[in-house]
Design a protein around this ligand. Structure first.
Ligand SMILES: C[S@@+](CC[C@H](N)C(=O)[O-])C[C@H]1O[C@@H](n2cnc3c(N)ncnc32)[C@H](O)[C@@H]1O
Length: 228
């Protein structure tokens, strides 16, 4: 019974990735992105990101933790369009994984990206590709988002796909976000910031799909305090 369920899940996930890949074929008309993605995928052909993340977390917490996932770029494009995010903005990706979203934002939206990720090998490979493709607009830092004092100055959009973050960790990030101006947009996946702090407002939401199922992406901003 369990084996049958596992086979069904594996087929479902593979089918999801196949459909996403078909939908993303048009991105490969951009030859620089095509070359980047070929080399990037080749590098990760031998290094499974899910396994790398699991090993890293196993070492850190001394238990098996399956915490890795990636935002399909088709879904990212959907969010960018629906949330009316324009090119030439500065993105901060908190927990960037191997950086697929960050690179895509750079190639297709000409955004400046600051990506923060705790797994050293993800950061090393991303930095290698930044050098190889002479990308000046991506800064990839190997830091812990909870302890690193990242600079929120000049940030326009923050992307946080941290569906497994515990409440206390989300609240730690919210404390940092409190310093933001109300023009900064924070995209969260599957929860809103106003669930944790009433100083935040949910402006918009959109349905999006991940290999594990459907959820919502939210556009949060900090509410302006009205002086009476
Ligand atoms: C669900 S993945 C999302 C990856 C990427 N943002 C995407 O959407 O494709 C979450 C990532 O956050 C990273 N992460 C979790 N806790 C972190 C921390 N304290 N500091 C830095 N990165 C962290 C994990 O290592 C993982 O790569």
């Amino acid at each position: 019974m369990l084996i049958g369920k596992n086979i069904f899940l594996t087929i479902r996930v593979k089918f999801f990735f196949f459909i996403q890949w078909l939908k993303s074929i048009r991105y490969y008309l951009n030859l620089r992105f095509l070359l980047f993605d070929l080399l990037f995928s080749l590098a990760y052909f031998f290094l499974n990101p899910y396994r790398i993340s699991r090993k890293f977390l196993e070492k850190k917490f001394n238990k098996k933790i399956y915490d890795y996932g990636e935002t399909p770029i088709i879904e990212m494009e959907k969010m960018i369009k629906f949330f009316e995010i324009t090119s030439n903005t500065t993105f901060l990706e908190l927990g960037a994984g191997r950086g697929k979203v960050s690179f895509w934002l750079y190639f297709f939206f000409k955004c400046k990206v600051i990506a923060i990720e705790q797994v050293p090998i993800f950061a090393k490979i991303a930095c290698f590709f930044i050098k190889l493709f002479r990308i000046k607009k991506i800064e990839f830092l190997c830091k812990d988002i909870f302890t690193f004092a990242f600079d929120l100055k000049n940030i326009d959009i923050i992307y946080l796909y941290g569906t497994t973050l515990p409440t206390d960790k989300i609240k730690t990030l919210i404390k940092k976000f409190r310093k933001l101006s109300s023009s900064v947009k924070i995209i969260t996946i599957s929860y809103t910031l106003d669930q944790y702090d009433k100083d935040f407002i949910t402006e918009k939401s959109i349905d999006i799909s991940f290999p594990w199922g459907k959820t919502k992406a939210y556009l949060n901003i900090k509410g302006e305090k009205k002086c009476i």
